[in-house]
Write a protein that binds this ligand. Structure first.
Ligand code: PEP
Ligand code: MN
Length: 352
């Protein structure tokens, strides 16, 4: 249930409604920063909801009360009607970037951080092409324990060096709550990988931080489960969550996964949270990445996350799907031409 307050409702009226909600046993949640206050009722209380609607409807300052059927209350667009804008770049030496507005945000960089030359060089190249965030994994979720697992803390330090050199905010994966403090010290955005989308304890811990989150969809997760995973983070009070579609499992095996392009308009309808497309993991093949990146933006995504490596053949992970910097720059030019068609803009790149 949500209580939509009148635009002119006073603080005292909102406070009174909050008190009434608390008395019923529900936990009231007021969405901050929204013009018209919407109060969501959270929790499970055995009470006649229809009667409650009548009760709240007549309180001063209340415009209307709505029963919402979605199990994800905080992620629901009903609770937050306007699209959410998130400012990224919380480390002191990071540039500030906003996602969720008209400007498209492109996050680019290697799958894994491998060396200083690799990450700083790639950061410079993607920045020159117009990317506004640097991606790079320091803790890597690999199918095999024998594969490269990432440089860990050393990788985080190299990401910080790349940020210092370019100003690009850094997005990197958090796999284990034990690493949360150290990853928060270095990262601007916490990535939760596809395999951890339903790692509920990790979601809870990340929900206690105030770091923006890039939550990737599990390859076998329905959109409703994806939104419920986001709900875990939001429920901890961390309201800055971006959703990333990175391909789902279907019967098709011509590509690594299948990009669920439908998810973009569906998510935009269901939630206010920004939506990002990852064409690299979705296709698994650099040849298909540009087409799917463009499809994602055409469908209404707020941003992209793309793997770029200076020497894909030598990459320690995901080389096959990584673009070379020159191909990435060409894609950025293509996206710059596409963006106005969907009422978007893209940061300028300098010619390399
Ligand atoms: C990655 O971003 O490198 C990654 C491992 O992605 P996913 O969790 O989507 O597989
Ligand atoms: Mn990868």
């Amino acid at each position: 249930m949500i209580i939509i307050m009148k635009q002119e409702a006073t603080e005292a009226e909102v406070a009174e409604v909050v008190r009434e909600v608390e008395q019923t046993g529900f936990r009231p949640f007021i969405n901050p920063g929204v013009e018209r206050k919407v109060i969501a009722l959270l929790g499970e209380v055995d009470i006649d909801k229809v009667q409650l609607v009548d009760h709240f409807s007549v309180l001063d300052g209340v415009e209307r009360v709505q029963l919402i059927s979605e199990p994800y209350k905080l992620a629901s667009r009903h609770t937050h009607p306007e699209p959410l804008k998130i400012t990224l770049g919380l480390q002191p030496d990071a540039e500030r970037v906003t996602i969720g507005g008209t400007e498209l945000v492109v996050m680019a960089g290697p799958c894994s951080v491998e060396s200083e030359a690799q990450i700083v060089g790639t950061a410079r190249a993607v920045k020159a092409a117009g990317a506004t965030l640097l991606r790079g994994g320091a803790f890597k979720p690999r199918s095999s324990p024998h594969s490269f697992q990432g440089l860990g803390l050393e990788g985080l330090k190299l990401l910080a060096a790349a940020r210092a050199a370019t100003g690009l905010p850094v997005v990197t994966e958090i796999m284990d709550p034990h690493d949360l403090d150290v990853v928060c010290r270095y990262a601007d955005v916490l990535q939760i990988g596809a395999r951890n989308m339903q790692n509920f304890s990790l979601l809870r811990y990340v929900g206690e931080t105030r770091h923006p989150v890039l939550l990737k969809r599990g390859p076998g997760a329905k959109i409703a489960d994806f939104l419920l995973a986001a709900e875990y983070v939001l429920n901890g009070g961390n309201l800055q969550v971006m959703l990333c579609e990175r391909g789902i499992i279907t019967f098709e095996n011509a590509t690594r996964y299948t990009t669920d392009i439908n998810a973009v308009p569906v998510l935009k309808k269901q939630t206010h949270l920004p939506v990002v497309i990852d064409p690299s993991h979705a296709t698994g093949d650099a040849e298909y990445v540009p087409s799917v990146a463009m499809a994602g933006i055409a469908a209404g995504a707020d941003g992209l996350i793309i793997e770029v490596h200076p020497d894909p053949a030598a990459a320690l992970s995901d080389g096959k799907q990584s673009l070379r910097p020159v191909r990435f720059a060409t894609l950025m030019d293509q996206l710059r031409r596409l963006a106005p068609v969907v009422n978007r803009t893209l940061a300028d790149g300098c010619t390399q």
